[in-house]
Design a protein around this ligand. Structure first.
Ligand SMILES: Cc1ncc(COP(=O)(O)O)c(C=O)c1O
Length: 368
């Protein structure tokens, strides 16, 4: 090991992505493999986005628009905010990273839920600051009271994913407002809404963008990777005060969102039918899995994201391996901080058939 490397970087656990389909086929000699591990959109991208990428490809010898003008106009128009309040990133992952860079200095701390999305840990680790992890409550929801109490005058960022990952649980608008009221002055609440679109229709649904208009100290993160079906091309965005967006713009790489991604995102925003269908298929899949598990006597965590956690009443890692051998890739809850669970992304009806029949064979059938 090189002794010049930063110790806190060496302490970090590299991100483990969902297992790729081809790797599983190769390793297990399978021909049919279904991947329900990375919360991707099973319907694929909007055809309009595919067409926009093909057109944009003709100009890929040119650098992208460093400012992302057209995309920011589209986002600002959609959300009723100023263009100077919109930041775009190479996935919302990059924006999480950049928020760490622009806010965190030695002696600061970051507050997150536990378990939570792993990239929040990385933002803190990379800046060498204290990470305060506050356990979720008994219903796998953020314990907002405990999170507010964990903040002090050195807390710069508090991350709240809503719907949450890895649990899929949802907080209401009133709960978030009460939480913001309880935070010490100056703490920036990062409301990560990667799965926002899937929570359509809920009562008292969080309207995070309106909090910015109310002058709250928040950053709202959204992504094109989930309901918009563009995970592979990497584009996410954030909405906040002009001052925070300006700071992120100073720190980011000039061409952080490539021209194909910008074109795809604009086209995806212009295809509400694809979005609606994605949300509909997801809801159907969620209730189907929850229903089947209920019948078999397995608990699920109530989810309004595009995945659902199943309590397998045993080792989630073993069930993950058993399903893998059946050609179904899910996520073991072990590295996600839910060791008795598996996390299953919602796929097409056919993919859910494959998952449910594999689960029936290797878990229900063996009487766990
Ligand atoms: C809660 C949460 N935030 C952010 C992301 C990052 O998404 P992306 O970088 O693809 O926009 C994810 C991805 O799974 C997520 O679950």
């Amino acid at each position: 090991m090189n002794d010049r490397l930063r110790a806190n970087v060496l302490r970090m656990t590299p991100y483990t992505p969902g297992k790729p389909i081809d790797e599983v086929k190769r390793e297990l000699g399978l021909t049919e493999v279904v991947k329900l591990a990375s919360n991707e959109n099973p319907l694929g991208p909007s055809p309009k986005a595919v067409e926009a990428v093909a057109n944009a490809a003709k100009a890929m010898h040119l650098y992208p628009d460093a400012w992302g003008y057209d995309l920011k106009v589209a986002i600002a128009g959609r959300f009723g905010v100023g263009m100077d309040q919109v930041m775009i990133g190479n996935g919302s992952d990059e924006l999480i990273h950049l928020l760490g860079l622009v806010f965190l200095e030695s002696g600061d701390n970051v507050v997150i839920g536990a378990p939570s999305f792993v990239r929040y840990d990385a933002a803190a680790e990379l800046s060498d600051v204290e990470l305060r992890k506050v356990p979720l409550d008994a219903d796998w929801r953020h314990d907002l009271g405990a999170m507010a109490s964990a903040c002090d005058d050195r807390t710069k960022l508090v991350f709240v994913a809503n719907p949450h990952n890895p649990t899929g649980t949802v907080l209401t608008h009133s709960e978030i407002v009460a939480f913001l009221d309880a935070l010490p002055e100056g703490v920036v609440a990062v409301l990560d809404e990667a799965y926002f679109e899937y929570s359509a229709g809920l009562d008292d649904r969080l309207d995070a963008v309106s909090l910015i208009a109310d002058g709250r100290n928040v950053v709202v993160l959204r992504t094109f990777s989930k309901a918009y079906g563009l995970a592979g091309i990497r584009v996410g965005f954030g909405i906040s005060s002009a001052a925070i967006v300006d700071a992120v713009n100073r720190a980011r790489e000039p061409f952080n969102v490539n021209s194909l991604a910008q074109a795809a995102a604009i086209a995806a925003l212009g295809d509400p039918d694809h979005l609606d269908e994605s949300v509909r298929v997801n809801l159907e899949g969620l209730s189907r899995v929850a229903g089947a598990m209920r019948e078999w006597g397995f608990e699920t965590v109530p989810s309004r994201a595009n995945f659902i956690c199943v309590n397998v009443r045993g080792d989630g890692g073993e069930v993950f391996q058993a399903l893998l051998r059946e050609g179904v890739i899910v996520r073991s809850g072990v590295p996600l901080g839910m060791p008795e669970y598996i996390r299953v992304s919602i796929g097409t009806a056919a993919e859910m058939d494959a998952f449910l029949s594999a689960f029936e064979r290797v878990v229900v059938g063996v009487g766990v």
